[in-house]
Design a protein. Structure first.
Length: 221
């Protein structure tokens, strides 16, 4: 698929864990957000959205407006820092300590295959518009868990489609994205869901509770 960018959302309030900086919690001796950033080490650029005192070299940092405004506001802030012409972006929660580059590669490959099956040769663009007379290609792919729940913040998306969705939702909400749910952002997009068939723990496993962190620690050993 060539070059892709990555936006890691690390500004959540973690109310179920007492308001701690959840992505900064260690799993396997490293903060969860650093583990996510490592999984996308080949992305250009890498953007971390949230309060962070120290990040790996080369990682750009943004802050959602308002701070703590939720994942859609954070996604918008991250998209604003992408280089012109960036076609694809991995949009990822900052609490996915089991994410791997292999899992990201699986998503990129699925998006490539889906695009090849729906778009005429020589006419692949970042636009969400369908080819004339053909089926509209996917705007993105994300993992789905064993119970059929979509893991929207563990996916790869076409930047143009996401930006158009952000603009649409901002208009619908009177200019504010604070508190907007991710499902509202993705409404109207063509999303392909991917089951995890690789080895090891599910890459979409997120840590919403202390027990989740303990489970991730066991898997990370």
């Amino acid at each position: 698929m060539g070059t892709y960018a990555a936006v890691v959302l690390a500004g959540g309030a973690a109310r179920r864990m007492g308001g701690v900086d959840k992505p900064a919690l260690p799993v396997g001796g490293r903060p969860m957000r650093d583990r996510v950033l490592t999984a996308v080490a080949d992305a250009t650029p890498r953007v971390l959205v949230g309060a962070a005192q120290a990040v790996p070299a080369g990682v750009r940092v943004a802050r959602e407006d308002p701070p703590g405004g939720g994942p859609v506001a954070a996604a918008a802030a991250g998209l604003a820092l992408l280089d012109p012409g960036t076609a694809l972006v991995a949009l990822l929660a900052g609490d996915l300590p089991l994410l791997t580059r292999a899992a990201i590669g699986d998503l990129l490959n699925h998006l490539d295959r889906e695009a090849a099956s729906t778009e005429p040769a020589g006419d692949r663009s970042a636009s969400a518009a369908p080819p004339s007379g053909g089926e509209r290609g996917p705007d993105g792919v994300c993992f789905v868990d064993g119970d059929g729940r979509r893991q929207s913040l563990c996916g790869v998306w076409r930047v143009a489609a996401l930006r158009a969705a952000v603009d649409r939702l901002a208009v619908e909400r009177g200019g504010s994205l604070s508190g907007a749910p991710v499902r509202a952002l993705l409404a109207g997009l063509v999303v392909r869901e991917v089951g995890w068939s690789g080895e090891g723990p599910p890459p979409w496993f997120d840590c919403d509770t202390d027990e989740d962190v303990r489970r991730a620690e066991e898997w990370a050993r």
